[in-house]
Design a protein around this ligand. Structure first.
Ligand code: GLP
Length: 248
């Protein structure tokens, strides 16, 4: 079931999300958290750092990583996570799991990630952002979706959106390793964060669209415990010629 919690702004969205994580860690100090990157969860990580929560026994699994980027590359998700969050909390390095961007055996690396999630007892709370095209992690719109961790060809729209972080188009990664929709939907609870009017259409489709591989976030409708924490701007149904005629 999808629940929606609408906040006034980005700040309140981050506070509310941090409250949910804090509640989880108090109930279960050795929780397994699924974590996301992108600009949206930065406020959440800031709030969690400020609260000085105890992460000593917590295990984390990140959703995805760019293929070809080493952990010390400034645009890698590994760098992002250590820079913005892990280096500022008391987490054990051995409890941090991020899919590797550099590997030789694709099958071994993806199977190993799935096994590690399973051995940790599964994910208690999975934090998600959302791409404009409805991608979750790096599960891009497609004619079919993969259930488990896999290597994916990034959509042109995603490559273009990421280009601003790289000095040339050639450097922008074209592939990524990502948890699959099945790995994500196995989490016991999911929190999806979105902020700003540019995400409004994606949020509307997540909630009201058909469940379709052309919009991966729509699969969240099948999960029993999903909370969307979105600010007012992202909750506003965008006016498009189609829904405008419905309103008239
Ligand atoms: C990337 C990440 C996603 C993230 C999305 C949205 O594609 N792989 O996990 O949700 O960006 O990013 P932002 O929060 O910056 O809009």
């Amino acid at each position: 079931m999808l629940q929606v919690f609408v906040t006034e702004n980005y700040e309140d969205m981050s506070v509310k999300a941090a409250e949910e994580i804090a509640k989880q860690l108090i109930e279960k100090p050795n929780s397994v958290l699924g974590l996301a990157t992108g600009s949206t969860p930065l406020g959440l990580y800031e709030k969690l750092i400020q609260q000085k929560l105890d992460f000593q026994a917590v295990k984390t699994f990140n959703l995805d990583e760019y293929v070809g980027l080493a952990p010390d590359h400034e645009q890698s998700y590994s760098y992002y996570m250590w820079h913005h969050f892990f280096s500022k909390i008391n987490i054990e390095k051995s409890n941090v799991n991020i899919p590797p961007g550099i590997f030789t055996d694709e099958q071994a690396v993806t199977e190993d990630y799935e096994n590690r999630i399973h051995e940790a007892g599964g994910i208690d709370i999975q934090v998600l952002g959302i791409g404009h095209n409805g991608h979750i992690g790096f599960n891009e719109p497609n004619s079919s979706l993969n259930a488990c961790t896999h290597i994916v060809q990034l959509a042109q729209q995603t490559i273009q959106a990421n280009a601003r972080f790289f000095s040339s188009m050639e450097e922008v990664p074209k592939r990524a390793i990502t948890m699959g929709m099945g790995s994500i939907l196995k989490a016991r609870k999911i929190i999806l964060l979105a902020s700003g009017e540019e995400k409004a259409e994606a949020i509307n489709k997540t909630l009201n669209g058909n469940i379709d591989t052309s919009f991966p976030a729509s699969f969240l409708q099948l999960h029993p415990n999903v909370t969307l924490i979105v600010d007012k701007a992202a909750a506003e149904v965008p006016v498009t010629p189609r829904n405008l005629s419905n309103r008239l």
